[in-house]
Design a protein around this ligand. Structure first.
Ligand SMILES: CC(C)(COP(=O)(O)OP(=O)(O)OC[C@H]1O[C@@H](n2cnc3c(N)ncnc32)[C@H](O)[C@@H]1OP(=O)(O)O)[C@@H](O)C(=O)NCCC(=O)NCCS
Length: 279
């Protein structure tokens, strides 16, 4: 990693290579065989040699063939554009980023067929069962027992490359899980960290409790701040936040809906877990 200087002496962008990214990820604790969900910003690193391709290569190299890498592969399609989605052609939308858009195009990556607006992409031994599970997950169930809950239950990680918890989709799943577990309910949404009207920074409220619980490793790769957390730790911290600050504070009940066939959703999830935990 080296800091280039322009002729005039002003500092130009830091240059980062694939090897720098691998070293940084390993120093943070990511290892061969890990299961990891990644959210990312390419420009946050400074200048990356070979761009998004180098970041994807570094991630795949770090988790190895025994590990599973997952990225959002969400599209710019409308909610009801069912016929318009082609998992082999439709690009990832700009707000998801260049790194996920490079990832789903790689050989061996399984990209979800459904739902067309919010598919996930994954590569590795757990990719097929997890993506198949997400494809069969009813849209009405939202983040209740979604694949990000499975990642937490399987001991996986969330990795934020130059972005923040406001971009961490597991925050949705963690809130819904906390609510459903503690209230013995089965609701698709109960996002107590959302203010009304919602603000992008709402989910950053988890930053300090995560650090306080020693549940996040933070480092720099180039100019990017990298955060690695065990997904289960994130879920536990969010649950504690719900108990201590939100449980008795009321909130926006209008977003609560019952999920159709909650028992069916639970038994499908239990079957997935049984299969995967014995692999
Ligand atoms: C929105 C977001 C993707 C923007 O990040 P970004 O770094 O500006 O954009 P990308 O990651 O797409 O990277 C592309 C940018 O990198 C820069 N870039 C291009 N080549 C580069 C290189 N070799 N090295 C470094 N940066 C480069 C350019 O600025 C490019 O932007 P442009 O295409 O408009 O010119 C990011 O802030 C974010 O929110 N990421 C998380 C998304 C997510 O997972 N959300 C959860 C939803 S489920």
């Amino acid at each position: 990693m080296d800091k280039k200087k322009t002729v005039g002496g002003t500092s130009a962008r830091t240059h980062v290579s694939q090897a720098d990214i691998c070293c940084g990820l390993q120093a943070l604790g990511l290892q061969s065989g890990d299961l990891v969900v990644t959210h990312s910003s390419l420009s946050s690193f400074g200048y990356v040699e070979r761009g998004a391709a180098a970041v994807v290569d570094a991630l795949l190299e770090t988790v190895g063939t025994a590990g599973t890498l997952i990225m959002p592969s969400h599209t710019g399609l409308g909610k009801y554009d069912f016929g318009a989605y082609d998992p082999t052609k439709t690009p990832v939308r700009k707000t998801i980023g260049a790194i996920p858009d490079a990832f789903w195009r790689r050989p061996g990556v399984r990209r979800g067929n459904y739902p067309p607006r919010h598919p996930w992409a994954a590569k590795g031994p757990l990719a097929l069962p997890l993506i198949e599970y997400s494809e069969g997950h009813p849209v009405a169930a939202g983040h209740c027992l979604d694949i990000l809950v499975a990642v937490a239950d399987l001991g996986g990680y969330v990795l934020l490359l130059g972005c923040m918890n406001r971009n961490n989709t597991s925050m949705h799943s963690a809130q819904v899980t906390a609510f459903n577990e503690l209230e013995d309910a089965c609701k698709p949404r109960r996002e107590f960290l959302r203010s009304s009207p919602k603000r992008p920074e709402d989910f950053d409220a988890v930053d300090q409790p995560l650090r306080h619980a020693d549940a996040v490793q933070i480092a720099h790769i180039g100019d990017a701040v990298i955060q690695l957390m065990r997904s289960r730790d994130l879920f536990d911290v969010v649950k504690k936040m719900y108990i201590s600050h939100y449980r008795n504070a009321g909130g926006n009940e209008s977003i609560l809906e019952d999920i159709p066939d909650p028992d069916g959703i639970r038994s499908r999830y239990d079957r997935l877990m049984q299969t995967l935990k014995h692999r």
